[in-house]
Design a protein around this ligand. Structure first.
Ligand SMILES: [Zn+2]
Length: 495
């Protein structure tokens, strides 16, 4: 199939060009210039006021919380996680539930021009094949490009957090619901059935969740899997101050940060997505730069959970690629990359003098080049270029956000909310047009999701009440960690 974008402006990191014609043939951009429409071409008229940009990349996401948006008050990550995904048997999803919740955010993303998502899917209590299938089928059906990993902890709570020694509560000592051997079998299933599916649009990745949540052996096995398949390894690192403090509180880290610990294991490399990197120090950033790893910045989530502000400028100065992510619908609470872009463009302005502040161009580079780098797809994603995959969003500049057109970079970062997006294309196929998905009955989806998740609300609330018991313990972990001097600060506090 061929699609011809006629008389469109085209985004380029150096500015916009056009109006020109952009021909998409199959999955890729075939030509950019003056193209005469052939009868078989599906023509999209740009009328010289539509801008073609690369599809947005959501480089970090957890789909299993898609149905929980807005349901928790803001609280520190360690307390939040008690309620986010209790490994409670009563909350085990049905395949239909997993399908619907995946679809909820996928539709939101596609409507707004997000064409790629890296889903670090925690499938609690355990990632069973029918649930893996349900997630992947949702991504297959809606048309988004998805790379999915199984974000499953392997160790007990006492291993993951400081200041829990001496606590007797069995819940803190219970092993994770599934051990390394079974998890690796689930990865076999994920890779054999879904890696490269839908003509390469669906892929597998691997996830350790975080270095403190797994054994070095499981970490190494996943890194080996990522090397074999050349796929990203997702690792939350130094998201919170508690995680910084952990290094001096647990013998296995011997005073080393989680980044340094990973590097010392030989497990920090160009395939690693270092997610968050808020409480990193200079040595951590040097190690990340040396390894060629990518940092995934999630500014809205970091604000919602009060995690702190990632040192954007210090990372940029070292040439570290930075990608952007939503994180998840329960701590964002939107699957909206425009909102993340705007926040990335603003939040660093309160961290110091203006040499710390990102330019609009740097934010867009993070969104597109950084996102492609995180996916290990720099060669064919994140750009509107002949030969690149046709993952595109078409924005109507005849809209409040772009009228008058003063500075397209500034307006993309600070003005656009997704409401100017009139068409989204993934892999050469039009998947959303005029705010509606082409392959999904969104009304039926919303009706079914509303009914199904309302019916589960009582179980969710009961599981959360069960978690209340442990809240004082976790609050104490956060309070004690906050009081430790770690030699750096990532909170913008008043003095
Ligand atoms: Zn995350």
């Amino acid at each position: 199939m061929t699609v011809l974008f006629k008389d469109v402006l085209v985004y380029h990191p150096d500015g916009i060009t056009g109006p020109v014609d952009v021909l998409v043939s199959g999955q890729r951009i075939a030509s950019i210039g003056s193209v005469t429409a052939r009868p078989a071409d599906q023509v999209v008229e740009g009328r010289s006021h539509h801008l073609l940009v690369p599809g947005l990349v959501n480089a970090h996401f957890h789909s299993p919380a898609n149905h929980l948006k807005g349901s928790l008050p803001s609280m520190p990550l360690e307390m939040f996680m008690l309620y986010e995904s209790p490994d409670d048997e009563s909350l085990r999803p049905s395949p239909r539930e997993a399908y619907l919740r995946t679809m909820l955010a996928a539709t939101e993303m596609l409507r707004n021009g997000t064409t790629s998502v890296q889903d670090d899917a925690f499938l609690m209590p355990s990632p069973e094949p029918d649930i893996i299938d349900a997630v992947m089928l949702a991504y297959r059906d809606c048309g988004i490009r998805a790379t999915v990993a199984l974000d499953q902890p392997e160790l007990a709570e006492t291993d993951k957090l400081p200041f829990l020694e001496g606590r007797r509560d069995p819940a803190l000592h219970r092993p994770a619901p599934m051990g390394a051997k079974d998890l690796l079998e689930r990865y076999d299933y994920l890779f054999s059935k879904w890696h490269g599916a839908a003509a390469g649009r669906l892929n597998a990745a691997v996830s350790i969740s975080a270095p403190q949540r797994v054994s070095p052996e499981y970490f190494a096995a996943l890194d080996e899997l990522s090397r074999t398949h050349q796929v990203p390894l997702y690792a939350h690192m130094l998201e919170t101050k508690v995680q910084r403090v952990l290094s001096s509180e647990q013998a296995r880290f011997a005073g080393r940060s989680l980044v340094r610990y990973s590097a010392d294991l030989g497990l920090l490399n160009e395939r690693t997505n270092v997610i968050h990197a808020v409480w990193v120090d200079d040595l951590d950033l040097d190690l990340i730069a040396e390894a060629g790893a990518v940092v995934v910045h999630n500014p809205v989530s970091n604000l919602r959970l009060g995690s702190g502000i990632m040192p954007f400028r210090a990372a940029r100065r070292r040439g570290i690629p930075i990608a952007l992510g939503v994180d998840e619908a329960i701590c964002n609470d939107r699957a909206d990359m425009w909102d993340v872009v705007r926040m990335a463009g603003l939040i660093h302005n309160i961290t110091g003098p203006d040499d710390e502040w990102p330019s609009a161009g740097e934010v867009l580079e993070s969104l597109w080049s950084g996102g492609a780098a995180a996916m290990l797809r720099s060669q064919d994603l994140g750009r509107v270029q002949v030969g690149a995959l046709a993952d595109l969003a078409l924005l109507d500049l005849h809209s409040p956000a772009f009228t008058p057109l003063n500075d397209v970079f500034g307006q993309l970062v600070y003005c656009e909310s997704g409401s100017s997006v009139v068409l989204t294309m993934v892999d050469g196929a039009v998947v959303a047009r005029d705010g509606r998905l082409t392959a999904v009955d969104e009304d039926a989806l919303l009706d079914e999701a509303r009914e199904l998740f309302s019916a589960k609300a009582a179980e969710r609330d009961a599981a959360r009440r069960g978690a209340d018991r442990l809240l004082p313990v976790y609050a104490e972990v956060v309070r004690r960690s906050a009081a430790v001097d770690v030699g750096l600060d990532r909170w913008a506090r008043r003095r």
